[in-house]
Write a protein that binds this ligand. Structure first.
Ligand code: ZN
Ligand code: ZN
Length: 91
């Protein structure tokens, strides 16, 4: 199938499944990938002092954040670094 041909042709450049960034395996270092090891969740912080404080009228789930670092912006840079992980690599 043509699909396989395309996959072979783009083998030099891969897409990281963690940060969705294109990278070349040759330039993949332990600091290449910035990602959040945990999920973006929608619930109360365990520690209300450090993070978003619910205002009057806010539903409890108004506090949305990354479970790993508490970042409240879904687009914020990752709090951990590591090798990029392609969709072909094992977990
Ligand atoms: Zn990555
Ligand atoms: Zn994080």
């Amino acid at each position: 199938m043509e699909k396989e041909t395309a996959a072979t042709a783009t083998a030099a450049e891969r897409v990281c499944r963690r940060c969705k960034t294109k990278y070349s395996p040759s330039g993949n270092t332990a600091q290449s990938c910035r990602f959040h090891p945990s999920f973006f969740v929608c619930r109360r912080h365990d520690d209300q002092k450090r993070y978003y404080e619910l205002k009057d009228g806010d539903p409890p789930y108004a506090a949305r954040f990354y479970d790993c670092c508490g970042a409240e912006d879904p687009d914020v840079a990752g709090c951990a670094t590591g090798f990029h992980l392609s969709y072909d690599d094992p977990e």
